[in-house]
Design a binder for this molecule. Structure first.
Ligand code: ADP
Ligand code: MG
Length: 326
């Protein structure tokens, strides 16, 4: 292993914290994890790729690191689970300054500290030129046996709810894109976030919803409301009706204007929770505002109810939807 990699691993080892679930962390061939009796493991893995998910000239390295871990945490949150340990595999081309990597790690480890989540291992390699920076985050969590909240648990006639506000990340990316002369092609998959937004995985809210048996089905909003709602509908064999006016829209930009409905409907990277429930749902859960935006239906498909009460078909737009508009 080249010296630079050894040094980097030493650095990571020094700054990574332990945790009650980690028996053996960084330094051996495998990490050894402990989970409470009666729990099942949750495992999620997510890529963060340069030029696919972020641009070095648009996004601060700390924020890229933070987003990288947020994606994993948010998946654990969406199952109602408790994050136990994270693993980071990192491939960096030789022309990337060490400083970039240090700042990326700082963003990631600062967020890990907020959640008291240990970084228990990973892999480090130099990637061949042209590939850009590639990071894969694995988050291991746990949940009491049989209690994970699935996408498939929704029934017809339940309320549909979201935490927080939607469209903020999408609005910020749209602004960045306007300010930067790039072709629509390069905008396709780029995350819609800027240096200002600080994503917050809704781990505590997800756990509350599971513990109190309030959520029948749940998913985190990473690709956009319309796309992620469709996942719940398909897995649960239900349809959905969403009231346009009810969708909580983020305020963004210098004037703190409410973002466009399209961005709240189809924008990605919000990392809020979307869930269905037949129960009484509080207006705030674990510090997150909760809004009812519609209900599930026995007939398949998604419909958007406008302010005039008219229904029109709603299709999964996600980030695919407005890639051509930029
Ligand atoms: P191996 O050859 O067994 O893969 P490595 O030399 O790659 O071992 O890694 C040594 C230790 O450092 C292992 O515990 C591994 O999990 C950890 N490690 C390597 N890279 C990272 C990383 N990017 N983040 C966290 N831990 C890492
Ligand atoms: Mg290795």
């Amino acid at each position: 292993m080249p010296l630079a990699e050894k040094k980097l691993i030493q650095q990571i080892r020094r700054s990574a914290r332990g945790g009650k679930s980690v028996v053996i962390g960084i330094g051996d061939d495998c990490a050894v994890l402990r989970v409470p009796p009666g729990h099942e493991l949750l495992v999620t893995t997510d890529f963060t790729l340069e030029k696919v998910h972020f641009r070095r000239d648009w996004h601060r390295p700390e924020l890229v690191g933070r987003r990288c871990l947020t994606r994993g945490l948010s998946d654990i949150a969406a199952m109602g689970g408790e994050p136990r340990a994270a693993f980071l595999s990192l491939a960096v081309p030789s022309d990337v300054p060490q400083k970039w990597v240090r700042r990326f790690l700082k963003g990631l480890l600062d967020l890990a500290a907020e959640f008291k989540l240990p970084l228990a291992g990973g892999d480090t390699a130099q990637s061949a030129g042209g590939g850009g920076i590639q990071a894969d985050i694995v988050v291991v969590g746990s949940v009491p046996k049989g209690k994970a909240v699935l996408r498939s648990g929704a029934k017809a006639g339940e309320g549909i709810y979201v935490t927080g506000e939607l469209g903020g990340s999408a609005a910020e990316l749209a602004r960045l894109a306007e300010a930067t002369p790039v072709g629509a092609e390069s905008l396709r998959h780029i995350w819609r976030f800027s240096g200002q937004s600080r994503p917050q995985a809704r781990v505590a809210a997800g756990q509350w919803l599971r513990q109190h048996r309030v959520a029948s089905a749940m998913i985190d909003l990473s690709d956009g409301l319309s796309t992620d709602l469709e996942h719940i509908c398909k897995e649960s064999h239900v349809g959905a009706e969403i009231e346009a006016e009810a969708i909580p829209r983020a305020q963004a930009g210098p004037g703190k204007k409410r973002v466009a409905l399209e961005l709240a409907l189809h924008g990605g990277d919000d990392y809020e929770l979307l869930f269905t429930s037949a129960a009484v749902v509080p207006s705030h859960i674990a510090g997150a505002r909760v809004t009812r935006i519609g209900h599930t239906t026995p007939s398949a498909g998604m419909r958007l109810i406008g302010p005039d009460g008219k229904k029109r078909p709603l299709h999964a737009g996600g980030w695919e939807h407005f890639k051509g508009d930029s």
